[in-house]
Each structure stands twice: as C-alpha cells, then as structure tokens.
Design a protein around this ligand. Structure first.
Ligand code: PHE
Length: 334
C-alpha cells in the first residue's frame, strides 16, 4: 500500500507542467473524480484499522502536493504578460533612427543647374532619347558620312548602307532638342534641355556609355558671344562659388561657329587639374537654315554641359561608374 502511494507521489513530482494543455492533462490524471488521487482514497476501506491514521496522513500529503502543483502552474500560465515598453506607448523612449533616403547626386546637380538657369530666364524643354539621324546629325550641320559622326561614338539602332535622315540612333548629345525646339517655336527662344545621352565608349573611371547633359539655347536678334561667355561665367560662379577658377578656350563643333570650351580648376590631393565642363558657341547659320529661321535676322548661342562631370567635381567623386552602380553605401552619403 505504501509503495502504491509513494509511486503516485513520484509521478506527481515528475510531472512537468509547461503549457495549458499539460495543466489539463495533470488535472485529469490526478485531481479529477476518476483521477489517481481520488482512487487512492478509495483504497482506504482496505486499510487495517490501526494503520488508517498513518495512511490518511500520507494520502493527504500526496493530495496537497498535487493540488499545490496544480495551483502554482495554473497561476504561472495565466499570469498576464508584463507590458513591454516601446516608443508607441512610452513617449519618453528615444525613437530608432529612420533612413529616409536621399536624392541621387546626379539629381541634385541637375536640380542646381536648373535652378540657376531658371533664375537667368531660361525655361526647360525636353526631347526623345531615340533620335533620327536628321535631328542628331544632319540638321546640326554634320555632313553625311563625315568622320565627325564617328567623333560621337554612336550607338546605331537602325542604320542603312548610305546614311539617311531616318536612320535611328540613341542620341549622342542633347543638341537635337535644339532642332526640335527651333522647328516648333519662332525666336525668341531661351531654353535649357536636360537629358540622358549615349556613346559607344569603353567604360572606365572617366567615361561611361551613358551620361547626362544639359543643353542651352538662346536665339534672338543681336545675341552675341559676349553674352554667351557672360552667361557661362555667371553659371560657374553660381554653381561653384565666386572664387571659382575657369578658362575659356577655342574649340570646334559642326553646329556652332565660333566654338569654345570651358574648363574649371579642380583641386584634389595631387594638386589639381583643369576639367572641361562644357562646349558652346554661336549657332552656325547652316543650323538656322535647316530649321527655317532667318539667319540674317537672328543670331543665337548654344552650350552643352555634362551633368556627370559637374556632379563629380561638385562632390569630389573620382569614378563615373559610382554614379550608375546604385550602391546604397555610396548613395547614402548624399
Ligand atoms: N553637343 C556638344 C557635345 O555633346 C556640346 C555642345 C552643345 C557644343 C552646344 C556646342 C553647343 O559635345
């Protein structure tokens, strides 16, 4: 008899209650009406009289043990979880930093360029990236099959054996937008034309197969070279600060005559160097003829600048590929 009771006691002690399901199993096994504790008391009738008090004591101990274990476990399992504090219910906790993203350095440079020219009285125009040969070359005074077309390392999309006006190219510069604008609008014209351009060049730290330009065009009566240079110098000072070092030198483009290029001094660890930031010039009369503007009455200036160069100069970026890799560790810095 004692052995039987000890066995039940041991079973109770060994029962590990860790969930509500186990708690219920425990109750059914030991404490319910048909449970082991109750049936243990049922054996009392078979106990000899003189042992009854001792056995009763023992059985009560076992019963209390089971009841206490049940009560304790039940309390633990139903206890309310402690509230956890976070910034939603405790306003004194500092918030986690959030990363809101930033504008791409090219977008930032482009925005600054746009702001400057809007201040100078230019508006913004747009044109297609897939261009025909006429707009990208012919109307801009590139003679047919002239090597000057090779100068631009063109990606041809549709090419006939002998160049025709509707061969298709990825535009190699934003100058074709000048042509579209002048065909649509009689002078005065004073616009900038930002956009992406493509050239079939080897990818290096300095060159890429795509980049961004901003074209500028001002056509009216009596527009002259002095105004062009004044505008470009003004641009440099607004973009790089009044102490910017710049240089204007003669150059060649089929669609401007005379033509110039502008360089800006770039300080770096190795001392510094001149970097070309734009090409410009007076609109060639042949271009006016191609779009039906009277070249006796009107003159104009045009310029084209590389946005990538300007962004690199501005932010001290020494590899153009960084601008197109979209590496978040790079972009996060802007
Ligand atoms: N389109 C020229 C280029 O891409 C730049 C330019 C634009 C030069 C307008 C003169 C006038 O190199």
């Amino acid at each position: 008899m004692i052995d039987q009771i000890e066995l039940i006691k041991k079973e109770i002690e060994d029962f590990n209650i860790t969930s509500k399901e186990e708690l219920e199993a425990f109750r059914l096994e030991f404490l319910s009406r048909n449970g082991k504790v109750q049936s243990m008391f049922g054996l009392m009738s078979t106990v000899p009289k003189e042992q009854k008090s001792e056995m009763g004591k023992l059985m009560n101990e076992v019963k209390n043990l089971a009841q206490n274990m049940f009560d304790d476990a039940s309390k633990k399992l139903t206890a309310k979880k402690k509230p956890t504090f976070n910034s939603k219910n405790d306003l004194s906790i500092p918030v986690e930093p959030t990363y809101t993203g930033s504008f791409h350095p090219l977008t930032q440079a482009l925005d600054e360029i746009k702001q400057i020219f809007l201040r100078l009285g230019f508006n913004i125009a747009d044109g297609p990236e897939l261009e025909d040969d006429f707009h990208n070359f012919t109307a801009l005074n590139f003679p047919a099959d002239h090597p000057a077309r090779d100068m631009q390392d063109t990606f041809f999309v549709k090419k006939s054996d002998k160049t025709t006006d509707d061969d298709l190219v990825l535009r190699t510069h934003t100058s074709p937008v000048q042509i579209r604008l002048m065909k649509d609008q009689k002078p005065p014209v004073r616009s900038i034309m930002p956009g992406r351009v493509y050239r079939n060049e080897a990818v290096t730290a300095k060159s890429y197969f795509q980049f961004n330009q901003v074209e500028g065009l001002y056509v009216d009566e009596n527009v002259n070279m002095g105004e062009l240079i004044e505008t470009l110098v003004m641009f440099c000072k607004l973009m790089y600060g009044t102490d910017v070092k710049y240089k204007v030198r003669p150059s060649f483009f089929p669609f401007t005559e005379p033509s110039i290029e502008m360089d800006v001094w770039w300080e770096n660890e190795k001392g510094g160097q001149w970097l070309e930031i734009l090409g410009a010039g007076m609109v060639d009369p042949n271009v006016f003829d191609a779009v039906g503007i009277d070249s006796e009455k009107y003159t104009g200036f045009a310029f084209g600048m590389g946005v990538d160069r300007i962004a690199m100069l501005r932010y001290g970026i020494d590899d153009i590929r960084l601008l197109y890799d979209n590496d978040i560790r790079f972009l996060n810095q802007f």
